[in-house]
Design a protein around this ligand. Structure first.
Ligand code: URA
Length: 293
C-alpha cells in the first residue's frame, strides 16, 4: 500500500473515532493534497520542535479549553449557635464575632467588633456597610451622623429605633492610613469574612423585610449594582424581600453639595414601599412627604 493510501486509511479511522483534527508534521500535509479530495479529517500543522534551542519536541496534540471553568461559587455557611431563644442565640453569635479569626486576621480591619442593635423580634431589618468612628467608640451601629439620619427615617415611618434591627455587613471598622475620624467602604474580602454573621442574624430573626443601605451593603447581600438601578423594587436575600436604597451618608452629602430633596424623596418612596410590604398604616401626611409642591 502506498504512503498516501496508508495516510488516507489512517484519516478515515480517526474520523470513525470521532476526531475532527489531526496534528501532522510539515510536509505531510503537502502529500495529502495528492489525495484528490478534501481530507476527511481536517489536518493541522504540528509546530516544528525547537531543536536548535534544545527544547523537547512539541506534543502531537493539545487540549485547548475554549470555555473557562465557571468561577468557584462558595456557599456561605450559617453559623451554629446555642441558645433556647433568639435573644440567647444572638448573644452567642455576638460572642463568636468578638474572636472571629477570618476577620481579625485581616490587616485592613480594625479589631473592635461592632455587632448590631435592636429587637430580635423585629419585622424590619436595616443592613449597613461597616461601623465608623462613632460606632466603634460606642460599639453600636449607626450612632454617628448617618445613624441620626437613619433614626429620623425610622421615626418618619412611625416606628421607634428599638422596634427594628440594625446591623452591618462588616462587623469591624475598615482601617485607613492616618485614620483620624475617616472611614472607608469595606472591601469585598472584608465583607466576605463577616458575611456568615449577618446571614445568621437574618436566619435567626427572620424579618419580613430587609433594607440594604447603599450599594456596598446590597453587594454584600449578593445584590450587585448601583443604588439608582436597584432601588424602588424588592430583591431577595435568602427569600426575604429586600429593598435597596441610598445610604444615609449619601443623603447627608447630597444635602450639602447636591440635590438633597431628590435623594430624600427617593429614599422616602422606597420606605413607603417597605411600609406597604410590612402592612404598616400610612397616613395622608406620610404619603404626602416630599410630594412635588
Ligand atoms: N455607616 C454604616 O454603614 N454603618 C454604620 O454602622 C455606620 C455608618
Amino acid at each position: 500500500m502506498s504512503a498516501t493510501s496508508l495516510l488516507k486509511q489512517h484519516l478515515q479511522q480517526r474520523q470513525l473515532q470521532g476526531k475532527t483534527h489531526v496534528a501532522m508534521r510539515p510536509g505531510t500535509m503537502e502529500k495529502l493534497s495528492g489525495l484528490g479530495r478534501e481530507p476527511l479529517v481536517r489536518a493541522v500543522a504540528e509546530p516544528e520542535p525547537l531543536r536548535s534551542l534544545g527544547a523537547a519536541p512539541a506534543p502531537a496534540a493539545r487540549i485547548i479549553r475554549d470555555t473557562p471553568p465557571p468561577p468557584e461559587t462558595k456557599k456561605v455557611e450559617l453559623l451554629e449557635v446555642a441558645g433556647a431563644t433568639i435573644e440567647e442565640k444572638l448573644a452567642a453569635l455576638r460572642a463568636m464575632a468578638e474572636t472571629w479569626e477570618p476577620a481579625l486576621a485581616m490587616t485592613g480591619l480594625r479589631k473592635t467588633m461592632v455587632f448590631a442593635v435592636g429587637s430580635a423580634q423585629a419585622s424590619l431589618m436595616f443592613v449597613g456597610e461597616a461601623p465608623g468612628a462613632e460606632e466603634e467608640k460606642l460599639r453600636e451601629p449607626f450612632v454617628g451622623p448617618a445613624g441620626q439620619k437613619l433614626t429620623a427615617i425610622i421615626k418618619a415611618m412611625g416606628l421607634d429605633r428599638p422596634q427594628v434591627y440594625i446591623s452591618n455587613i462588616c462587623k469591624f471598622r475598615p482601617a485607613m492610613d492616618n485614620q483620624g475620624s475617616g472611614n472607608r467602604k469595606p472591601e469585598a474580602a472584608e465583607m466576605r469574612a463577616c458575611l456568615p454573621f449577618v446571614l445568621t442574624e437574618i436566619d435567626l430573626i427572620k424579618p419580613k423585610v430587609i433594607v440594604a443601605l447603599g450599594a456596598t451593603a446590597a453587594e454584600g447581600l449578593g445584590i450587585p449594582g448601583s443604588v439608582g438601578g436597584l432601588r424602588g423594587r424588592f430583591h431577595s436575600t435568602s427569600g426575604i424581600p429586600t429593598m435597596v436604597t441610598y445610604h444615609p451618608s449619601y443623603l447627608l452629602r447630597e444635602e450639602k453639595t447636591g440635590d438633597g430633596i431628590r435623594a430624600k424623596r427617593a429614599v422616602w418612596e422606597d420606605m413607603l414601599k417597605v411600609m406597604e410590604q410590612l402592612g404598616l398604616p400610612i397616613s395622608e401626611k406620610q404619603r404626602g412627604y416630599f410630594l412635588a409642591k
